[in-house]
Design a protein around this ligand. Structure first.
Ligand code: SF4
Length: 326
């Protein structure tokens, strides 16, 4: 209790203020906050529940790790501008904001409390994420805590990934950590076009995952946002990845303004039988577990996809910018 009060007081000192909260408590609340007193430095973070479960069973906080993102994925609103890294305190302030907003004593009773480093920013390009993961371990009384890191695996972050593996082994054993790679297609040319950063090939991800995964861990997630013209070849996937260590997650390509500008569209809704169900069957035949994760219409309506909330605010303020090169 005393620790929770101290953390709350500390959070209050940080120059950060919430600009807006949109959405619905029973689905997702998207927060936009301004940091360092600078209107150009806005981040978004989300407090969400999975509609299938009560909050007492599963609760999700989704954090930003950078101001915008230097990777510049074609479909992502966060990739259109970049202003640098958040500090450890700024990352954790987002978690404090949602935790103490609901549980002033810092006790999170949810069976699973997922803290996803998956909103604005490429977490592996911010060294402060590792320290935030370290501090998160004991920051709250949250026995259900499961940090989740989603990444495109930039080559320049190889050292960061080694440190992440060591940190997971030290602090988050026995299934208390989730790592997700954005793969998106088994065609490396398409991957390069969609995620324009020098990044690990699938073989590199497979090698790292083999080393990262230990008995009792959650399987490493390979995420594919299925879109028209982005092939997912199951034979190719199976030739590279071990189904004992990797699980495949299929999501729709989020309907962002940038995706529309680039002429990209998901095939999950329009051609689900061909694009998804058949792939799932093929994956299953090769021993892969598959998760299909489709956001609700309401989720789309409250713009709870990566970078959208801040992008709207920036456009209204007249900010412009392109990613700096890596
Ligand atoms: S999808 Fe992720 S890595 Fe890609 S630009 Fe957006 S925030 Fe960055």
């Amino acid at each position: 209790m005393a620790q929770a009060q101290a953390l709350q007081a500390q959070s209050g000192v940080l120059p950060a203020r919430v600009i807006s909260v949109t959405g619905r408590d029973e689905a997702a609340l998207v927060h936009v906050a301004e940091l360092r007193g600078d209107p150009a430095l806005r981040v978004e973070y989300v407090d969400a529940v999975d509609p299938r479960y009560p909050r007492s069973e599963k609760w999700v906080a989704i954090l930003s790790t950078q101001f915008g993102c230097p990777v510049g994925c074609l479909m992502c609103e966060a990739g259109g501008w970049y202003r640098g890294n958040l500090s450890v305190d700024e990352i954790l302030w987002q978690v404090d904001s949602v935790v103490f907003g609901r549980y002033p004593d810092g006790r999170v009773p949810s069976g699973k409390f997922k803290v996803q480093f998956a909103r604005m920013g490429e977490p592996s390009l911010n060294p402060a994420v590792l320290q935030a993961l370290r501090e998160l371990r004991t920051r709250y009384d949250a026995p259900g805590l499961i940090p989740c890191v989603a990444t495109t695996a930039p080559c320049s972050a190889s050292r960061w990934f080694s440190d992440l593996r060591d940190l997971k082994r030290e602090l988050y054993t026995g299934g208390a950590f989730q790592l997700q790679f954005s793969v998106n297609s088994t065609d490396e040319g398409i991957r390069d076009r969609v995620m324009p950063v020098k990044k690990w090939r699938m073989e590199d991800i497979a090698r790292y995952g083999e080393d990262f995964f230990l008995a009792g861990d959650r399987k490493v997630v390979l995420n594919f946002a299925l879109a028209k013209g982005w092939p997912l070849s199951v034979p190719r996937l199976a030739a590279v990845f071990d189904p004992e260590r990797f699980i495949v997650k299929i999501t729709p390509l989020n309907p962002t303004d940038r995706a529309a500008e680039e002429g990209m569209a998901t095939v999950l809704y329009t051609d689900r039988e061909h694009a998804c169900d058949r792939v799932v069957d093929e994956l299953s035949a090769r021993g892969f577990e598959t998760i299909i994760s489709i956001g609700s219409d309401e989720e789309m309506a409250i713009r709870s996809n990566c970078g959208q909330a801040v992008a709207v605010g920036r456009a209204a303020q007249g900010f412009q910018g392109r990613p700096e090169s890596l």
